[in-house]
Write a new protein. Structure first.
Length: 400
């Protein structure tokens, strides 16, 4: 089961500042960067599938989550220093990874009966536990997400110390991955580059925009937080591969329409009868106009499945989408051929992620009536006896 220590550890990524020795017009956090990285990894993986290559999607998800764990613990080590340690001091690097496991291992011990802990240990000891294509996709996504951030830094600090040198190094990193179809399309300004830009802009959209709060998490970071929580909860059930894929990426993209509508907080959405339905309709229309044209045709099915009625649990039967319960998925449809997604579980993770934002802000000492209202909703969830995929919802909140 997801522990309080692990949930708060994940949330630490929203505090970790990137490029903090450079002039930055906006905060660039590890949570935002990693969210962008996983979106890019999705795009790269889909292109490779389109070329007929076998993509290990669970490996991509797991590698992304595990690397986030490691980066959270090693937040004080700059990437160039980290890479030098890895390349030139293998013994020290191995010891460093053992130290990371000592921090994270106990916190993930209760997830999936300890299986996730063992997988994380194997990943730290030998990254070749992931196949070469998976490692390449994750590395390419990491490098491009970093380069995307650097373009912001370069614009505000064009004559800064080592800026040309950093750009040369980042370009060399990208050149290593030109054998990936998706990377060639990105660097040659294909439409997927515009999609990645659009997703990247979600880091500029601060959640709870008109409410004083710390840390000021973004929509992009919230999407990854929800995805990681959904993945960890999904690991508690014997989910088929497609269910794992859909749950993680469904959660990662669940707020994608906010790229064109901005974040609308729940009190506003629910202020007028029929408002939630009106907003959903506007989101669908704007997505058709501004988001879907940036996607490859073969990806549209995924995105509509993820973002339309995103909190409903669904399967595909005879080519048609059917809304079912997550319990029904576990009993009857837990098979790749049904393309199952636990929208109910995504909603649980989404609300829990929002609760953590309010909870941590209050712990830091920044609270408002809106924050207190959000925490009161959480108090009511402590007595919520709903079971979603065998997970008792109130157990997530009882530790706080």
């Amino acid at each position: 089961m997801l522990s309080k220590a692990l949930a708060l550890r994940l949330f630490e990524a929203s505090y970790i500042q990137r490029w903090n020795d450079k002039i930055r017009p906006v905060e660039l956090t590890e949570l935002d960067k990693h969210s962008h990285k996983m979106i890019i990894a999705y795009c790269l993986g889909k292109y490779e599938e389109g070329e007929g290559r076998q993509v290990d999607w669970h490996g991509i998800i797991k590698g992304g989550v595990f690397e986030l764990f490691r980066r959270i613990v090693l937040s004080d080590i700059k990437s160039p220093v980290y890479n030098k340690i890895k390349d030139k001091y293998p013994h020290q690097f191995a010891e460093l990874n053992r130290w990371v496991f000592g921090k994270i291992g106990p916190e993930i011990d209760s997830v999936a009966g300890g299986t996730l802990r063992d997988e994380f240990k194997n990943y730290l000891e030998d990254e070749k536990t992931l196949d070469p294509l998976t490692r390449k996709i994750l590395a390419a996504a990491h490098h491009y997400a970093t380069y995307w951030e650097f373009q912001i830094i370069r614009q505000t600090n064009p004559l800064g110390y080592q800026i040309p040198k950093i750009e040369q190094a980042l370009r060399r990193d990208l050149e290593q991955h030109m054998d990936l179809v998706g990377m060639r399309k990105i660097v040659t300004a294909g439409k997927v580059a515009d999609f990645i830009d659009l997703c990247g802009q979600l880091r500029f959209q601060v959640r709870w925009g008109g409410i004083p709060r710390l840390p000021r998490t973004s929509v992009l970071g919230h999407m990854l937080m929800t995805a990681c929580l959904t993945y960890l909860l999904t690991r508690e059930i014997p989910a088929c591969d497609r269910r794992l894929f859909n749950n993680f990426f469904g959660a990662l993209f669940h707020d994608l329409p906010e790229a064109v509508t901005r974040d609308i907080i729940s009190p506003v959405k629910n202020s007028v009868e029929g408002m939630p339905e009106a907003i959903s309709q506007i989101e669908r229309e704007l997505a058709e106009e501004e988001i879907y044209p940036l996607l490859e045709e073969g990806w549209l099915g995924d995105f509509k499945y993820f973002t339309l009625n995103e909190f409903a649990s669904k399967v595909r039967k005879d080519g048609k989408i059917e809304v079912v319960s997550s319990d029904d998925i576990s009993k009857q449809y837990n098979d790749d051929r049904f393309n199952p997604v636990d929208g109910e579980l995504v909603e649980v993770a989404d609300k829990f992620s929002a609760f953590l934002e309010a909870y941590m802000s209050k712990k830091i000492g920044v609270s408002t009536p809106h924050m207190e209202g959000a925490l009161k909703v959480a108090e009511s969830l402590k007595s919520d006896d709903r079971m979603v995929t065998g997970i008792l919802v109130k157990e997530l909140y009882r530790m706080y």
